[in-house]
Write a protein that binds this ligand. Structure first.
Ligand code: PEP
Ligand code: MG
Length: 578
């Protein structure tokens, strides 16, 4: 039966393909119905996998108990063995298989999610962290069940694979970079959540905030994802399907026409030069950056190097990653942002560190970004040394996120000097003159600009957070997404003031939030005085198309008038006419 669901369009385009339901924590788990007569075999399959893991843990325990082995290791294995024997893991999945006739992997992950939710509720931080053990035990059993975890993407030969999930974290989504995914939909999430940002950087259609997609869609259902209108069509009828196929082809044609703009100069009709730079998450994104000939990297979100791993990347690993980007950009600017961990971006290797073992009451207002780095100076220094060393190979700049206080700038700058002193001592090659800039993404910073203009070499406006904190709208929460408004007069004023103050002080100001990549806003931003945009490589040519048809002088006059109006509807009308 065909039906459609609506959500928030976060990454444009159309994907047509088969549904792959994914479990929140373990991406590879499939969901299918087992036949009545196969239920007993499925239960047995589960039991065999569980006893295999129990035997593995006995061997591990013996190995961990030899003299000289760290004592925590044996204790750790004991906790896992205890959890494995707990009826919640040993028995309950079997009941689920019998009651719901679902496969063993699915039953187990459903049970795991229920347990993780219970752990999340616990007051005691130590107990709350034990949910990691539950996840690890479940992962072991899943591996035994599947022989080797089934990898996503295997089924996608001629049809796209479409991920349907309750929620995906930025850490989950970044893993799609190595898989062939046609599109995705999630029940939770906001338009500028980092999950949505990663979707845009993958240039795959995505819709979030669907509310009920996961319970209603089954594995292998035929789906159409319209990432421009925010619609998911399940089991479309042939006529609708044909219409979407045609639309998809048209879009592909439009995209390939845009390629002609690759070598065009990014300048307005009246000669204002506009720098179009790229946002990246991982060094491998450089390929995409070169394909559109971006003028530099305006934002390298380094926190993605820290995700999906148990150990932090050390100084050398980071240095190699930053150096690879610096070299590949061959003298073009590479703006490396220091670790912006926290809020919706989490890294499990950092969880045991300060501030992360407790659930922050309000993570977006908590120990995030520069606040975290100043609280963990060793991690910060390690990253700064890696960046400074990489700067020897290109035009690298350091960008500090989430600044609000003069003291934070001063401490960060002092740490940069300390990192340099350490490198001198160890006789490493590095660039003494690396520029240091700051993100303007907290309203307080946009209102007290002199503090930052005086101390930093450049600024970059992070509109995603600036909007979130100005309007008090959680950027990841779909229930308030309709109020997340980049064109709110207060937001526009903060951006305008920042650009104007930068120009007066002779300090360059870029925009690297999602507004910079929205071609509908290009002319508005040029009229506000913006000359440096940074966005996902996939958006650069579309924005360039706007740039080459703009007249900066006319836009400046029109936008100055438009900004005087505080009537949102009137402003919207005027922006559309630009
Ligand atoms: C922003 O806040 O606009 C920004 C560019 O940073 P991030 O999206 O990574 O928070
Ligand atoms: Mg930000």
């Amino acid at each position: 039966m065909s039906f459609s669901l609506h959500g928030l369009a976060v990454s444009p385009g159309i994907a047509i393909g088969r549904a792959q339901l994914v479990s929140h924590a373990i991406l590879e788990v499939a969901h299918y119905t087992v036949r009545e007569k196969d239920v007993a075999t499925e239960v047995e399959r589960f039991e065999t996998a569980r006893t295999t893991v129990a035997a593995e843990l006995v061997t591990l325990h013996a190995e961990a108990s030899v003299p000289g082995a760290p004592s925590e290791l044996a204790a750790f294995v004991e906790v896992h063995a205890m959890l494995l024997a707990d009826p919640m893991i040993a028995e309950e999945p079997k009941n689920l298989i019998r009651e719901r006739r679902c496969n063993a992997e699915w039953a187990l992950t459903q049970q795991m999610e229920a347990m993780v939710a219970q752990f999340d509720e616990m007051e005691d931080a130590y107990l709350r962290e034990r949910k990691q053990d539950v996840v690890q035990v479940v992962e072991r059993v899943l591996k035994a069940l599947m022989g080797k975890a089934r990898k996503l993407g295997k089924r996608a030969k001629d049809e796209d694979l479409i991920i349907v999930a309750h929620d995906l974290s930025p850490a989950d989504t970044i893993q799609f970079k190595n898989l062939k995914i046609g599109g995705f939909v999630t029940d939770l999430g906001g338009a500028t959540s980092h999950t949505a940002i990663v979707a845009r950087s993958l240039a795959i259609p995505a819709v979030v905030g669907m509310h009920h997609a996961r319970p209603l869609v089954r594995d292998d259902d035929l789906l159409v994802v319209d990432g421009t209108r925010g619609v998911l069509i399940v089991d479309p009828d042939p006529r609708i399907l044909e219409e979407y196929r045609l639309r998809k082809e048209e879009l592909e044609l439009e995209r390939s026409k845009l390629k002609r703009l690759k070598s065009a100069k990014a300048a307005t009709l009246d000669g204002a030069k506009i720098s179009l730079q790229a946002n990246i998450e991982l060094p491998q994104d450089i390929e995409q950056v070169r394909a559109v000939d971006a003028e530099g990297i305006g934002l390298f979100r380094t926190e993605f190097l820290f995700m999906n791993r148990d150990e932090l990347p050390d100084e050398n690993e980071q240095y190699e990653a930053y150096k690879a980007v610096a070299k590949a950009m061959a003298g073009k600017p590479v703006t490396i942002r220091t670790l912006d961990i926290g809020a919706d971006k989490n890294a499990r290797a950092l969880r045991s560190l300060r501030g992360a073992e407790r659930q922050a009451p309000n993570p977006a207002l908590g120990l995030r970004a520069i606040r975290y780095c100043l609280a963990e100076p060793q991690i910060f220094l390690e990253q700064l040394r890696a960046i400074l060393r990489a700067a020897h190979y290109g035009k690298v700049r350091i960008l500090i996120p989430m600044l609000a206080h003069a003291l934070e700038v001063e401490q960060a700058l002092a740490m940069v000097e300390q990192a340099k002193a350490q490198l001198r001592e160890t006789r490493h090659k590095f660039d003494e003159h690396v520029e240091v800039g700051g993100m303007i993404e907290i309203p307080a910073a946009a209102l007290a600009l002199n503090t930052f203009l005086r101390r930093l070499n450049f600024l970059s406006i992070g509109t995603n957070d600036l909007i979130q904190y100005t309007l008090a709208i959680d950027r990841t929460d779909e229930t308030v997404a309709h109020l997340y408004d980049p064109l709110h007069p207060a937001v526009l004023k903060l951006i305008f003031n920042t650009l104007q103050a930068g120009a007066r002080a002779g300090i360059p100001v870029a925009v690297c939030g999602e507004m910079a990549g929205d071609a509908r806003l290009t002319k508005l931003l040029i009229g506000m005085g913006l000359r440096q945009f940074s966005m996902h490589p996939s958006q650069i040519l579309e924005v360039k198309q706007q740039v080459v048809t703009a007249d900066a002088e006319t836009l400046t006059a029109r936008v100055a008038r438009l900004l005087k109006s505080e009537e949102p509807e009137r402003m919207r009308e005027l922006i559309e006419k630009l």
